[in-house]
Design a protein. Structure first.
Ligand code: HEC
Length: 218
C-alpha cells in the first residue's frame, strides 16, 4: 500500500476513518490525471437497498424455486393453454353433435352465407397449396401448369374418404399420422388454427363446388 494513503496529507482525519459528519468530504491522498477519490462509506439508505436486495433474493430463490410456493410463469401459461384447449375441445364436441353427412350436404352446403364464409376462409388459408380454382396447380401461361403442394379438390377423388364428415375430419385433423402424405407432403391439422365453425363452412364450400360428388342421399 502506498504509505501516503494511510494519512490524509492535508492534516484532516486519517484516511481509514470515513467521513462521519454530514457533508464532510474525505479524499484519499492519491490523484491521477486530476481525478481524486472519496474515502467515504456509502449512505445508509443505499446500503439498506443493497443488502436488502441480497436478502430478498435469498428468500425469493428459496420460496420460488425450492419450495415452489408460487406459480412460475411457465405453469401459469400452461394452465391458460389447458383452459383454451378445453374450450376448443368443447366447441368441437358441440359442432360434431350438430354435424352429420346429411346436415352438411342438405343444410350447410345449401346455405349461401355458410358457403360464402367457407370460400372466404379458403381464399385466406388454402389457395397456396390447393389453388384458387381448387385444381392444385397454377396456370403459368403458354399451356404450362405449375403443380402446388396440395391435392386437387375438384377431381372427384377424396383420398381419405368421400363422405362429407370425412372431409370435415381431414381438414380438422390434417393428414392422418399413419399416412405418408402426398409426395411426402402432409397437410396440417387446421382444427389447431381455425374454429370448428370455419371448418364446417370450408366443408360446405367444398361440397358446394363438387355437387356431383356429394349428391343428397348418397
Ligand atoms: C401447406 C399446404 C396446404 C395448405 C395451406 C392446405 N392444404 Fe389441404 N392438403 C395439402 C396436402 C399436401 C394434402 C394431401 C395430404 C395427404 O395426401 O395426406 C392436402 C389434402 C387436402 C384435402 C384432401 C383432398 C383429397 O383429394 O382427398 C382436403 C379436403 C384439403 N386438403 C383441404 C384443405 C383446406 C380446406 C385448406 C385450408 C384451410 C387446406 N387444405 C390448406 C396441403 C395443404
Amino acid at each position: 500500500m502506498n504509505p501516503n494513503d494511510s494519512k490524509n496529507p492535508e492534516g484532516g482525519p486519517p484516511v481509514a476513518e470515513y467521513a462521519s459528519k454530514s457533508q464532510e468530504v474525505v479524499l484519499r491522498s492519491h490523484e491521477y490525471d486530476g481525478i481524486q477519490e472519496y474515502d467515504q462509506l456509502m449512505p445508509n439508505w443505499w446500503l439498506a437497498i443493497f443488502f436488502g436486495s441480497i436478502l430478498f433474493f435469498v428468500g425469493y430463490w428459496v420460496f420460488y424455486y425450492n419450495f415452489g410456493l408460487f406459480e412460475s410463469d411457465q405453469e401459469a401459461i400452461g394452465k391458460q393453454i389447458q383452459v383454451i384447449e378445453k374450450a376448443k375441445a368443447a366447441a368441437l364436441e358441440e359442432m360434431l353433435g350438430k354435424l352429420n353427412d346429411d346436415a352438411l350436404v342438405g343444410t350447410w352446403a345449401t346455405d349461401p352465407a355458410a358457403v360464402a364464409a367457407g370460400k372466404q376462409t379458403f381464399l385466406g388459408n388454402c389457395i397456396a397449396c390447393h389453388g384458387e380454382n381448387l385444381s392444385a396447380r397454377i396456370d403459368a401461361g403458354g399451356g404450362q401448369f405449375v403443380p402446388l403442394p396440395g391435392l386437387p379438390l375438384n377431381d372427384g377423388e377424396w383420398k381419405y374418404g368421400a363422405k362429407p364428415m370425412d372431409i370435415f375430419r381431414l381438414i380438422n385433423n390434417g393428414t392422418p399420422a399413419d399416412s405418408a402424405g402426398h409426395n411426402g407432403a402432409k397437410m396440417a391439422a387446421w382444427g389447431q388454427i381455425l374454429p370448428p365453425m370455419q371448418i364446417a363452412q370450408l366443408t360446405a364450400y367444398l361440397i358446394h363446388e363438387n355437387p356431383k360428388d356429394f349428391a343428397k342421399g348418397e
